[in-house]
Design a protein around this ligand. Structure first.
Ligand code: ATP
Length: 345
């Protein structure tokens, strides 16, 4: 056993996922093995692969595995647009009450748009417009003449995620939280979010600066001066959109990891989808999933391994000659993963 290897293995569920899932999961599992992280994977199916095998995009065996391990790493899962089954990602967040979605964006690329981005976006993950309360209203012979959707936000949900964000900020040495909302227009829906987060924030004002921004202004400020942001705390839909914007600031979706955290379960994933346009070509960028794996290592207390992994990714990208095509290189997913493994300190 190497000095870095862990004496006890940690059971975790592994969902390979759709599209580029198998390629980026393979690369990430290989890197974790080289790190000696000691993860004992339970391979499970979900998404299109599970529909083909079991006629169910989220089979019971997969749910049972997550219930057992309380820890999962997940490749991207296809959500059919319009009809078809409901988003499995959303279902998993609801099932395990994964109320906080952490999406860090950090400048790893020396030649990227911005060199000084280091923002952690924390998104409420279970409420808002994602609750799926929507329907059509027929008029005359048009059964879908009007579409209506409701967003639901609770004081309990806001308090829970705000408390989490403050604690997370303190634990990770952050100084400032920006609450992002649209309380000037959606006065009840995001007004309650703003009011409750500010209420929670006041209990931390001796240790954290708490400020607020309207979503549209925040979207613009992120482009003008992203370094002013430290932690962003926002609602489900705004968080979804802003986190893709943050990913864009640091090199695109291939660079953006995500963690879904609940009271007793956590699921780690890349922010991006299944990228059907490049699936099977062996050129997907596995960095986002590797960085998600680093968040998972932090979560299970393997801080040293998490830092080793982030450092190896940073070195690989800074040296610049081994990059996947989305970052302007011509390396394959496997070549990139091998380059990261060679730099593990
Ligand atoms: P889905 O419906 O599953 O979300 P999508 O194609 O709408 O799929 P993404 O999968 O997030 O959305 O992809 C958006 C774009 O970003 C695509 O052009 C895709 O090729 C690119 N992309 C996403 N992830 C990666 C990655 N890891 N490496 C390289 N390119 C990526």
């Amino acid at each position: 056993m190497s000095s870095q290897q862990h004496a006890f293995s940690v059971p975790a569920t592994l969902i390979v996922g759709d599209g580029i899932g198998p390629e980026i999961v393979d690369a990430t599992v290989g890197v974790l093995k080289a790190l000696g992280a000691g993860i004992d994977w339970e391979y499970c199916d979900a998404g299109l692969a599970a529909v083909k095998l079991y006629g169910d995009p989220l089979p019971r065996s997969t749910l049972e595995s997550i219930r057992r391990t309380r820890l999962a790493l997940k490749g991207p899962l296809i959500t059919p647009v319009g009809g078809g089954y409901r988003s499995i990602n959303v279902t998993l967040r609801k099932e395990f009450q994964l109320f906080a979605n952490i999406r860090p964006a950090r400048s790893f690329l020396p030649d990227g748009l911005f060199k000084d981005v280091d923002v952690i976006l924390i998104r409420e993950n279970t409420e808002g417009l994602y609750v799926g309360v929507e329907h059509y209203i027929p008029i005359g012979d048009d059964p879908r003449a009007v579409a209506e959707a409701s967003g639901i936000i609770t004081r309990f949900g806001c308090r829970r995620v705000a408390e989490f964000a403050c604690q997370y900020a303190l634990k990770t040495g952050r100084k400032k939280i920006t609450i992002v909302h649209k309380a000037n227009i959606l006065k009840a829906l995001t007004g309650l979010f703003l009011e409750t987060c500010q209420e929670v924030g006041r209990q931390y004002q001796d240790r954290l600066t708490i400020e607020e921004r309207i979503i549209d202004n925040c979207a613009m400020q992120l482009i003008i001066n992203p370094a002013q942001f430290d932690v962003i705390l926002t609602t489900n839909m705004f968080g979804d959109i802003l986190s893709d914007e943050c990913a864009g600031l640091v090199g695109g979706l291939g660079m953006a990891p995500g963690a879904n955290i609940g009271a007793d379960t956590a699921i780690f994933e890349a922010v991006h989808g299944s990228a059907p346009d490049i699936s099977g070509k062996g050129i997907a960028n596995p960095t986002a999933l590797m960085l998600a794996a680093a968040l998972m290592l932090d979560h299970i207390g393997q801080y040293h391994n998490a830092e080793r992994l982030r450092d190896a990714i940073k070195q690989t990208l800074q040296e610049g000659n081994v990059r996947t095509p989305d970052l302007g290189g011509n390396a394959s997913t496997i070549q990139y993963a091998e380059a990261v493994i060679r730099r593990l300190g």
